[in-house]
Design a protein around this ligand. Structure first.
Ligand code: APR
Length: 234
């Protein structure tokens, strides 16, 4: 039976593609300087270092490939209506074949204006192996930048995302520490009576909301998820 399946994904789903998570043992944010460089303050006050940091992340994503978990989610589109709400700024869901992806924190694959990152006239794709250089004009005379949500900037699109989670027949959370708001609040919007799953090799506090825990990595956990979906659709 065709179902509305909604996924909320985080850095953990891309870690098996070689992209580091933000928290945990080798987390990117263990380096305080990197936390600063991911901020709007660094964009304006240390632009060259900010661009070098962003270009390094863009190149790393360019060099990475989707893994079996990204592929599993993309393949589900053959039988179900699938929406991926991701906190990730990589394009691995799209490169795996997912066609309905919402990036709550923006995308490294796109660039925009530093004066107004939401001005659609200046938002465009840019190959991630091409560095953004100091002085590159976004088109409005401002410095070209990545179209990602920096620390200190607000997250847009939450209302739409919440509505999508509310309407889900099945809701699956994969690879997120659920420590960053407002994205983490999405787990509360899923209908109490629909099947809800979380795939993570580490514990995050969610059991009280009726989520079935698959204590596993993403690529292993989606195999268990497939069994659960087969059971639901029987
Ligand atoms: N498979 C699945 N989950 C994994 C794997 C794996 N192989 N490896 C690690 N994880 C889990 C970790 O247990 C952790 O819960 O992925 C999660 C990664 O957590 P974070 O690094 O905090 O990433 P995320 O939750 O996506 O961060 C949210 O924080 O700084 C912001 O904008 C940034 O979008 C990011 C947001």
């Amino acid at each position: 039976m065709r179902q509305d399946i909604v996924f909320l994904t985080g850095a953990g789903i891309s870690s098996e593609s070689g992209i580091p998570t933000f928290r945990g043992k080798d987390g990117l944010w263990n380096d305080e300087r990197k936390v600063y460089l991911a901020s709007s303050e660094a964009l304006y006050n240390d632009t060259s270092e900010f661009l070098a940091f962003m270009n390094d992340m863009r190149q790393r994503v360019f060099d990475a490939a989707p893994n079996a978990a990204h592929a599993f989610i993309a393949d589900l589109e053959k039988q179900h209506q699938v929406t991926v709400i991701t906190q990730n700024i990589d394009d691995l869901h799209e490169r795996a074949g997912s066609t309905n992806v919402i990036h709550l924190h923006g995308e490294l694959a796109r660039v925009c204006s530093s004066d107004n990152r939401h001005d659609a006239r200046y938002i465009r794709e840019m190959p991630m192996n091409v560095p953004i250089r100091l002085g590159d004009d976004a088109g409005d005379g401002s410095q070209l930048r990545s179209h990602v949500t920096l620390f200190g900037e607000y997250v847009s699109g939450m209302q739409d995302a919440a509505e999508i989670v509310k309407d889900a027949d099945i809701f699956v959370v994969i690879g997120t520490s659920l420590t960053v708001h407002p994205a983490a609040e999405l787990i509360r919007y899923a209908h109490p009576d629909v099947p809800k799953f979380i795939i993570n090799p580490n514990e995050v506090d969610i059991a009280s909301l009726g989520y079935k825990y698959i204590l596993s990595t993403a690529t292993e956990g989606v195999k268990t998820l497939q069994e659960e979906l087969n059971h639901i659709n029987r």
